[in-house]
Design a binder for this molecule. Sequence first.
Ligand SMILES: [Zn+2]
Ligand SMILES: [Zn+2]
Length: 255
Amino acid sequence: MNIRVLGCHGSQLPSYNTTSFLLGQNVLVDAGTITTVLSLEEQLKIDYILVTHAHLDHVRDLTFITDNICYQRRKKQLIIISTKGIIEAIHRHLFNNVIWPDFSRLPSAKSPVIKFRIIKPGKKQTIDNLCITAVDLHHVVETVGYVIESGGKTVIFMGDTGPTEEAWQIAKKTKGLRAIFIETSLPDAMKDIAAKTGHLTPLSLETELKKLQSIKPDIYLYHMKPNYHEAIRKEIAAIKDREVHIIEDGQTIKI
Ligand SMILES: [Zn+2]
Ligand SMILES: [Zn+2]
């Protein structure tokens, strides 16, 4: 599984993009950064976008990719996948004909640019050559992570989350688990605001990782607030018994 990091941050500054991972050529996890990084040709190859939650740093480029697809007159629909509450939030608050045109009914209701696909946490789905399962997380809005299996190798993308339980229970039971992508948004000095906004700091990440007990997949860290990237990096160095990789925009990770 090739994972290209289009963006891995929890906000934006020059050279720091918001969250989006490209799996192979046609599947995205989140849509924070697509159209400023991928060529038009690459954008037109995208078939599925799995969305972790409706916050703007994860859905922003749903707007521009749908616009590009529409005016390139691509016939194949772009499938946007998530849980019912998350899909409803995206439809009601983004594709609402105020903030952006409702591309689930354009250019025509019969043949629109996007199709929303609602999935239930815990229920396995097949998309392309991937087997995916959504997992509930604990953020300030409805949020899921995704367990993604391909060719016997499994990766878990945890979306934005504070301390959580179920996802770790699932991770422990997952066969062939190679890697977990997990957030750490703020340094420990900001633990109070991190708790209020449903995010992790290096210390709370360390506590969370203990829930994996003896299971030791590679840990890929993302969603740092750009201004605190270096402070987080220093604090993460104190976690000794885990392989923790802090990822960068533009990187490709082979699992
Ligand atoms: Zn976020
Ligand atoms: Zn969020």
